[in-house]
Design a protein around this ligand. Sequence first.
Ligand SMILES: [Ca+2]
Ligand SMILES: [Ca+2]
Ligand SMILES: [Ca+2]
Ligand SMILES: [Zn+2]
Length: 330
Amino acid sequence: MNRTAKRLVPILALFSTLLVSTLLSSNASGAGPGTPNLYPGEWLNPGQSLVSSNGVYSLVMQTDGNLVLYQSGATVLWASPWAGVPTVANSKAILQTDGNFVLYRPDGVASYNTCTLNWSECVSHGQSRIGASLTVQNDGNVVIYNSSGVPVWDYRPDNMMPTPDVTECFDGGSSNPSGAFCRTDSLTFTWFTESSVESADRTAFSNALATQYNPTELTTTEQSPGVYSGTSETDVIIQENSSGIVSPTIARVWCDDEVTSGSDVCDQHYLRYWYGSDQVPGTVMPCHELGHSVGLTHADDAAPRLWKNDANLGCMAGHTDLRELVTSES
Ligand SMILES: [Ca+2]
Ligand SMILES: [Ca+2]
Ligand SMILES: [Ca+2]
Ligand SMILES: [Zn+2]
């Protein structure tokens, strides 16, 4: 803050809250619309935007209600996802004084939030994720930092292992689901369902691969019969049995053949599921567990850590990390 701004502070205190926020939103303070930064208590009205200091990236609160990150004013890099509540025109985006960044519709309904506040659902590994600033950076990222300068949200979280919180990758062997999942070694991803997987179950896995993974960098192909060793092992072997699956867990994914010891990469994963009473897996479980078999982690293991239901996670959302459960129960 420069000397002029410091002198302004006592004067500002005489004015209304609205006027204070309007003045704080000017370029002179380095925060608010037209600048790269938003601080707690500041917001973007419809049509207003934050702009990176190099002028390349802008986060626009569009009048149609979508919050959109643009590169050079034209290329859309990100738009706030719908999390069950439709966005409507004339919404505004506020970094609340509690740290949470929220999109509010004109009817007061929140259509999106980053879960960066002190609420049990938003605490990760016992660590607070309270937002203290939001910045549109010159590298094109939009980051919410806490008061210690640690990133607690960005629009492109990385949940592919290894992340700072998931570095272990080890073989459980072919029959014991005690190993950890790793990153797959192949973008040409092959899968095989053993005879324990009934026809309807196999279809559920096939659909998940076709609709959730084939549009990605992966090319998924069924390999039958499965290959269990050697240089062309099937990337994931899917089986249905109860061994090592302890309720409430319904599935485990683990590495059988790490590419080289100490690497983060696995040549072959096993995916084992068991519901207790038989049922067709539906859509979420196959998508989620296949995600682990290519190396995708839960919210708490993403970088930065995310709310367990962050919409960016797709079918990897909705799960609290096991280590968090252990922490909260001890
Ligand atoms: Ca093997
Ligand atoms: Ca492989
Ligand atoms: Ca079944
Ligand atoms: Zn999981």
